[in-house]
Design a protein around this ligand. Structure first.
Ligand code: GDP
Ligand code: IMO
Ligand code: MG
Length: 433
């Protein structure tokens, strides 16, 4: 009986996919419960790199069921592409993938709306979305009138439903865009009928399946997408994604009550990255930032965009670790900092001359936050081949310890490279259950 969650504690891309893949063998079921094709989770095994967007990262481990839950916004053509890619890489998908019939479907008008609306925040800065139609799809889900769930694709009323929505969306898009956007209801219906046929073997009532599973004592691993600072309610609003990407989203998105969740692993990088717009107090717009980007290969898995890079922000991570109910930390990318002579950690903010440890709730305040840094000596030694913490340079150990102290949680996993092998479990055994 165990529900364990893997949650990103920064602005996404903390290497959640790598950790989920490593832990999967200890579980019966891996569940994605929010987000959609905006996510890009990478798993590296030897010469093979797997990029997962909507399919859980447990899919590479035989004998484990992978569930895409009701809280995910599912893009059928992207799902089929992802399935085909995995099949071509020799990953079987029979009997190990389930898609919730309650999951909402991303349709072509959502992508069109994302392109039009992304620029319109109150302060004029673009959110810089992944343009995957995520926000518009979640908006329609909450709005209800124009929403389509996966189960709707198999109903006789689907064609009518599409025709009605397309008429309304054409008007909305003209209003928002100033000129017409071409949407052909018949074509969309025909196209999605083909997608629906392909996906049908996987579509199920995953809520009932998961409730039966927890009651039967099965072990569940929940794979978060994005990071807690992108949470729509608790993140750096409006520069967030449209779902609850912190630990608080697990139950709502999966349909599994909180009483079944027993452990939360917070995933952090040894520094910070962010893709898209929004405040980022510790951002480095200098040679050090460029160095981290190149060494860490910090370019988006989904969009290829260069990620903004900066120092580790302990104010932000202490906040998201508490918000997500984190028990232990998994510290990734320790190899990336190995050449730096000195490394900064943000231990507090100064806002309008006042020092604070509280992560501000308003973006305007976060924009004015000046990081207060503590400087630690670097270790200037390649750690990517190390497999035991005892062999780590003392300065690297001191850095890990300081992060743990500032965040208030033990570091149980340390990652020193993308490969599965480049991982150290502090207590020797994996930490999943
Ligand atoms: P996710 O979205 O949280 O799953 O993370 P991404 O896959 O988008 O980004 C993490 C990137 O870092 C991927 O390219 C991983 O292969 C890579 N990676 C994971 N762990 C490490 C590590 O410890 N060191 C380095 N250098 N790269 C890592
Ligand atoms: P994974 O799961 C990093 C960011 C986008 C943008 C904001 C809103 O790989 O960690 P959206 O398309 O969701 O409406 O974009 O959120 N974003 C991510 N950044 N990693 C992700 O996923 C992200 N998913 C969305 O860049 O700033
Ligand atoms: Mg990613």
């Amino acid at each position: 009986m165990a529900g364990t969650c893997v949650i990103g504690l920064q602005w996404g891309d903390e290497a959640k996919g790598k950790l989920v893949d490593l832990l999967t063998a200890q579980f019966d079921i891996v569940v994605r419960y929010q987000g959609g094709a905006n996510a890009g989770h990478t798993v590296v095994s030897g010469d093979t790199t797997y990029k997962l967007h909507q399919i859980p990262s447990g899919v590479l481990t035989p004998g484990v069921m992978n569930v895409v839950g009701p809280g995910v916004v599912l893009n059928p053509p992207v799902m089929i592409q992802e399935m085909d890619r995995l099949l071509s890489q020799g990953v079987p998908l029979e009997d190990n993938l389930m898609l919730s019939d309650r999951a909402h479907v991303v349709l072509p008008w959502h992508i069109a709306e994302d392109q039009v609306l992304d620029k319109n925040t109150a302060d004029g800065e673009s959110i810089g979305t992944t343009l995957r139609g995520i926000g518009p799809c979640y908006r329609d889900k909450v709005g209800r009138s124009y929403a389509v769930r996966l189960g709707d694709l198999y109903r006789d009323t689907f064609q009518q439903h599409v025709e009605r929505i397309v008429e309304a969306k054409k008007e909305v898009l003209v209003m928002q865009n100033g000129h017409a956007v071409s949407l052909d209801a018949r074509k969309i219906f025909e196209e999605f009928r083909i997608y629906a046929d392909r996906l049908q073997p996987y579509v199920a009532d995953t809520t009932a399946y998961l409730l039966d599973a927890v009651e039967a004592g099965k072990r569940l691993l929940f794979e978060g997408a994005q990071g807690a600072l992108l949470d729509v309610d608790h993140g750096t609003y409006p520069f967030v994604t449209s779902s609850n990407s912190s630990g608080v989203g697990v139950s709502a998105g999966s349909g599994v009550p909180g009483r079944w969740i027993h452990k939360v692993i917070g995933v952090i990088k040894a520094y910070t990255t962010r893709v898209g717009g929004g405040p980022f107090p510790t951002e480095l717009k200098d040679d050090i930032g460029n160095h981290i980007r190149e060494r860490g290969r910090e370019y988006g898995t989904t969009t290829g965009r260069p990620r903004r890079c900066g120092w580790f922000d302990a104010v932000a991570v202490r906040y998201t670790a508490r918000l997500s109910g984190v028990d232990v930390l998994s510290l990734m990318m320790m190899d990336v900092l190995c050449e730096l002579p000195e490394i900064n950690i943000c231990v507090a903010y100064e806002i309008d001359g006042k020092r604070t440890n509280v992560f501000p709730s308003h973006t305007d305040d976060l924009r004015r936050a000046k990081p207060v840094y503590e400087t630690l000596p670097g270790w200037q030694q390649d750690v990517s081949q190390l497999r035991r913490l005892e062999d780590f340079p003392p300065n690297a150990l001191a850095y890990i310890q300081r992060i743990s102290q500032l965040v208030g949680r033990p570091v149980e996993v340390v990652s020193v490279g993308p490969d599965r092998q480049q991982t150290i479990f502090a207590h020797g055994a994996p930490v999943g259950v």
